[in-house]
Design a protein around this ligand. Structure first.
Ligand SMILES: Nc1ncnc2c1ncn2[C@@H]1O[C@H](COP(=O)(O)OP(=O)(O)O)[C@@H](O)[C@H]1O
Ligand SMILES: [Mg+2]
Length: 227
């Protein structure tokens, strides 16, 4: 398959239904979407419309109930869990609203984590790459701290270092500035834009119109569909 000609993300009639005792929620109600390599896409929409669910599906953290998802041409519903995990580790970085760093680990260990699962990388290479990722987000001097010793803005910069350390083709950010004040939010946005300038595809959920309008392409969601 010609990798360059294929859109990085191809969704066809993608759906995700959550079933509980009392309720069936069509969180994603049949979405068709293509996102090319190197695009910078924002997703907006009211609370509960399915933004996080969509990002989790795109990030291979969740599996669709129906439809098709091709990531870099690979039909992810047809590959096994091991191959999906490998693809996730290689291709995807995730940034969450609540940072999601591991509290027991140092900053450097948190950042190195995605590389630990890569076959063939030596310990020295992992350390070097984690240090380089921390330098990119200007957090070198905090390498040996624990997440709880950092401000929210600093924690999110560490989370971005963790997302980029593996040089993923796709970075998914779910309200990455949602828990930050404006100065820290601006910094996080600047880092995402640097990543995009380096060729990384970015898909970002945000409630902040000032941030969404900085994306080249803006998507609007409503009730599990693209508006
Ligand atoms: N694990 C789950 N179990 C049941 N329902 C869920 C689950 N996750 C999300 N939902 C429901 O799916 C819908 C979309 O949620 P979500 O994707 O988190 O929305 P958003 O991120 O746009 O606020 C909501 O109605 C939510 O309650
Ligand atoms: Mg959400």
């Amino acid at each position: 398959m010609n990798e360059q000609a294929t859109a990085l993300i191809q969704l066809s009639k993608l759906s995700r239904i959550f079933t509980t005792d009392t309720l069936e929620t069509h969180a994603i109600a049949g979405i068709d979407l293509e996102i090319g390599r190197g695009e910078y896409v924002s997703i907006e929409g009211p609370s509960g419309c399915g933004k996080s669910t969509l990002l989790h599906l795109l990030g291979l953290l969740d599996e669709p109930s129906g439809g098709e998802y091709r990531l870099a041409g690979v039909p992810i519903t047809e590959i096994d869990a091991e191959e999906r995990a490998r693809l996730r580790n290689r291709e995807i970085g995730f940034v969450f609203q609540s940072f999601n760093l591991i509290p027991e680990m140092t900053v450097a260990e948190n950042v190195a984590l995605p590389l630990v699962y890569r076959p063939g990388l030596k310990a020295g290479e992992i350390t070097d790459r984690a240090r380089a990722a921390l330098a990119r987000v200007n957090m070198t001097e905090r390498a040996d701290h624990r997440p709880a010793q950092l401000s929210g803005g600093q924690q999110q910069r560490v989370a971005i270092a963790r997302a980029l350390v593996g040089e993923p083709s796709l970075v998914l950010a779910d309200e990455p500035t949602g828990n930050l004040d404006q100065a820290n939010g601006d910094q996080v946005m600047g880092l995402l834009e640097e990543l995009h300038a380096g060729g990384t595809t970015i898909v970002m959920v945000t409630h902040n119109p000032a941030y969404s309008q900085r994306a080249a392409r803006r998507l609007n969601m409503l009730d599990g569909s693209l508006a």
